[in-house]
Every structure is written in structure tokens, then in C-alpha cells.
Design a protein around this ligand. Structure first.
Ligand code: PMP
Length: 440
């Protein structure tokens, strides 16, 4: 009998006993192709010797030093490496233990920045509908799925939500992609004016929306306009790259492709690649300086910030991404996989959209391709797809709720960057089997 409290109490999972490259192995010896990388985590695949050796070496040196007293070599080196490649002017890194903590600290940093700057009324965060930013109470409040928040109301911060940028369902007839992106960005300016600019803390968004919408990039020009609007009203721009960052979409930082530099940027999942729990919040010198010249103390912290072993893992992961040229590989294999999905499923009557960037791809399931109408949520397609794929030895990330609330079903694919052509063939074959069994 298991004493672990699993998330799905009626669906006790098998035990993972091994991991080799793109595969996970359970206690019965069954092998699963890990096509979601555990929700965009395992970018290097399983059993990466360089990363495990780096962890062992750090354990032999020093496992823990509280950052209230001492920093560590891997934390210093990882911060420098990230800043070397991050969008400018980001130049400070605050290490945490995961994505929700990174988002939570970003919200608190933004609040403290405005306080230190003499603007205490800036308390209102704007985010986007359908978004997911984590599960701690502040990050949950930021997220835009009303049903996820409902049972925990009242939440701790004031948040309002504007529409996400999702051309497939949002673009009006006759509107160009550019006009659509500008109109969606305009929602932010309208919301800032409605709230009163002096009350607005920050705007938070994912450059490429992951879990809740299935790899939806914003249209060209959208984030540039968002940046202009934030600057005009003194609103901070927080980009959440917890899922889409660290090479996943074909550049180390996803924001680079959109040509925007946020004031605060959150990363996690792929940073530790599953080898250690780690996340980070990057911020600009403007923000750091406000605190340094003000109270001199960031009013936030966890015992495990800047953990030596976690940062040693992160350093080995980022070095692997750069030294092995894995980001170029993501671009190449991502384009190939997307093309294969289009060739195989592009004309499927129930697949409405195949999208994404790099090895961060999504497919949307629709009851009618022309009308783009979602399936009835009572069909619970996401859950059925997940179960059937798993039985077929495929781990993928199907979700419901792509459209507002509980409507819409999609699947997110985020395989390890070491995915080869043979893995891709297996992936497409297993997906086909799953769709045949589940889609009406
Ligand atoms: N932000 C985004 C965009 C995410 O996808 C997630 C996790 N799915 C989080 C934050 C929260 O990260 P964690 O689960 O590590 O707390």
C-alpha cells in the first residue's frame, strides 16, 4: 500500500524505476516514450551523465550553505551564465526551487519596487485569461482560469485578466495578423486606463502559452506593443518563461524571438531539466537598484534559495544546452516534427490547429474543423487521451480548457531535445493510435 498522497487519488500511478534518454521505465519493465518531458522539464532526457556527475561533485564539496551567510560557486557561475545570454537589461538572478516560487517572488519584487519608488498604490496585477502561472496562492491568483481559482477565493492579490493572443480563435474576418496583435495588445492599455494607471503594478504573460493552451505563440508585433504600453504607464512587464524558456522554443530565452526585454523574467522547469528542483527570477538593474538604494532588503525568501546542488545541476544543464548546440537541434527537430504532424494529422476532421515553436508543439481538437467548435467538455477527451496514450507507452500532456473556462481540448508535446528521427516516427505512430481510439 502506498502512503504517498498522489494528485489523482483514484488513479494511482505505476512506479518509475528507470530513465534512459527519451524513455521512462516502470517497475514492470514497460517503456514509455516521454513526449511531454514531464511538462517541458526533461529537456536533456533521462540519465544525463554530465548533469548527474556535476550533482555528485557538488555533493562531495558542499551540499548546503544558507544564502543569509554564504553564496556558492555554482550559484554565482549559473547566474553569470544566464545573464550573459538573457535579454538586456536583465542582470540579476534570484534562485528559487520551482516555477510557482519564481512567479511568487516576481509579484512580490514588483510590489516592493513600486513601494521603494514611492508608488505604494500600484497593487493591481494584470494577466491574461486561460493562463497558468503556478499553484501557490499568489501565482494562482495571477492565473487566468476562473475555475482553478474559484474554491480558493478570496486570493491574496488584485488581478484582472485580459484576453490572450490566440489568432486561431480570436482573429476577426478581414483583419490581418498584425491588426489582430495590435488589437489584443490594446486590451492591456484599455485595462490600465480603466483601473487607473497609478494603481497598476505589472502585466504578466507567457511568451508562448504552455499548459493551458497548448503551445500558443503570440503573433508578431504583439509583445513589442505590450512593452510600449507598459513603458508609457510605468507598469512592469513580467514574462513567465517557466515552461517555454531554456531553449524549449528554439532560443535560450523565448522572449528573444519576440524582441522584448521584460523587467522581470521567470524560468524553472528546463533549468533543472528534472535533475534538481530549481527556478529563477531575473530582473533588471533598475529594479535591483531601487531596492539597494531603498530598504536594501528584498522582503521575500525561502530556506533553499540558491541551493548549491540545485544550481550545480542548473549550471550543468545550461552548459549542456550551449556546448552541445542543443538549441539549434531544437529548431531543426522541432520544424521536422511539426511538419510530420501536419503531414499526418493536418487533414484530420477533429484536429483544428497544429502550432508551436521549437520542440514546444500543440494540437487542438475540435468537433468541427470549419466552425472551430470545441468538443463538449463532458466527453473528457483530455483525460481519455492521456490514459489511452499512456497504455500505448506514450507520455503526452493533453489538457482541456484551451478556450475560456472548461471549453476546448488540446495536447502539448514537449519532448527531450535529444529526440531523434526514430523517436519521432514512434511518437507519430503512437499518437495516431491514440487519436483513432479516442476521437469520435
Ligand atoms: N508558470 C508556468 C507558465 C507554468 O507552466 C508552470 C507549471 N506548469 C508554473 C508557472 C509553475 O511551476 P511549478 O509547477 O514548478 O511550480
Amino acid at each position: 500500500m502506498s502512503h504517498v498522497f498522489p494528485r489523482h487519488t483514484k488513479n494511482i500511478p505505476p512506479i518509475a524505476v528507470g530513465g534512459e534518454g527519451c524513455y521512462l521505465i516502470d517497475a514492470n519493465g514497460k517503456r514509455y516514450l516521454d513526449a511531454s518531458g514531464g511538462a517541458a522539464v526533461s529537456c536533456l532526457g533521462h540519465g544525463d551523465v554530465d548533469v548527474t556527475n556535476a550533482i555528485k561533485a557538488q555533493l562531495d564539496k558542499v551540499a548546503f550553505a544558507h544564502t543569509g551567510f554564504l553564496s556558492s560557486e555554482p550559484a554565482e557561475n549559473l547566474a553569470s551564465l544566464l545573464i550573459e545570454h538573457a535579454p538586456k537589461p536583465l542582470d540579476k538572478v534570484y534562485f528559487v526551487s520551482g516555477g510557482s516560487e519564481a512567479v511568487e517572488s516576481a509579484i512580490k519584487l514588483a510590489r516592493q519596487y513600486h513601494l521603494e519608488n514611492g508608488e505604494p498604490e500600484r497593487k493591481h496585477l494584470i494577466a491574461r485569461r486561460q493562463s497558468y502561472h503556478g499553484n501557490t496562492l499568489g501565482a494562482l491568483a495571477a492565473g487566468g482560469n476562473a475555475w482553478r481559482r474559484a474554491q480558493f477565493d478570496p486570493l491574496l492579490i488584485n488581478v484582472s485578466h485580459i484576453a490572450p493572443c490566440y489568432e486561431y480563435i480570436g482573429r476577426n474576418d478581414g483583419e490581418t495578423t498584425h491588426q489582430y496583435g495590435q488589437r489584443m495588445a490594446q486590451e492591456l492599455e484599455d485595462e490600465i486606463i480603466r483601473l487607473g494607471p497609478e494603481t497598476v503594478l505589472a502585466f504578466m504573460a507567457e511568451p508562448v502559452v504552455g499548459a493551458t493552451m497548448g503551445a500558443v505563440p503570440a503573433v508578431d508585433g504583439y509583445f513589442k506593443r505590450i512593452r510600449e504600453i507598459c513603458d508609457k504607464y510605468g507598469v512592469l512587464l513580467i514574462l513567465d518563461e517557466v515552461m517555454c524558456g531554456m531553449g524549449r522554443t528554439g532560443s535560450l530565452f523565448a522572449a528573444d524571438v519576440d524582441g522584448v526585454a521584460p523587467d522581470i523574467l521567470c524560468i524553472a522547469k528546463g533549468l533543472g531539466a528534472g535533475y534538481q528542483p530549481i527556478g529563477a527570477m531575473l530582473c533588471s538593474d533598475k529594479i535591483y537598484a531601487a531596492i539597494e538604494n531603498g530598504s536594501g532588503f528584498f522582503q521575500h525568501g525561502h530556506t533553499y534559495i540558491g541551493h548549491p546542488v540545485a544550481t550545480a545541476a542548473g549550471l550543468a544543464v545550461v552548459n549542456a544546452l550551449l556546448d552541445r548546440d542543443l538549441i539549434t537541434r531544437v529548431q531543426k527537430q522541432g520544424a521536422k516534427l511539426k511538419q510530420m504532424l501536419e503531414n499526418t494529422f493536418g487533414q484530420h476532421p477533429h484536429i483544428g490547429d497544429i502550432r508551436g515553436r521549437g520542440l514546444f508543439l500543440g494540437m487542438e481538437f475540435v468537433s468541427d474543423r470549419d466552425a472551430k467548435s470545441p468538443f463538449d467538455p463532458s466527453l473528457a477527451l483530455g483525460a481519455k487521451m492521456k490514459k489511452t496514450a499512456f497504455e500505448n507507452g506514450l507520455i503526452c500532456y493533453p489538457m482541456s480548457g484551451t478556450r475560456d473556462g472548461k471549453l476546448g481540448d488540446h495536447m502539448l508535446l514537449a519532448p527531450p531535445f535529444i529526440l531523434n528521427d526514430n523517436h519521432m516516427d514512434q511518437l507519430v505512430e503512437k499518437l495516431g493510435k491514440t487519436f483513432d481510439a479516442v476521437l469520435p
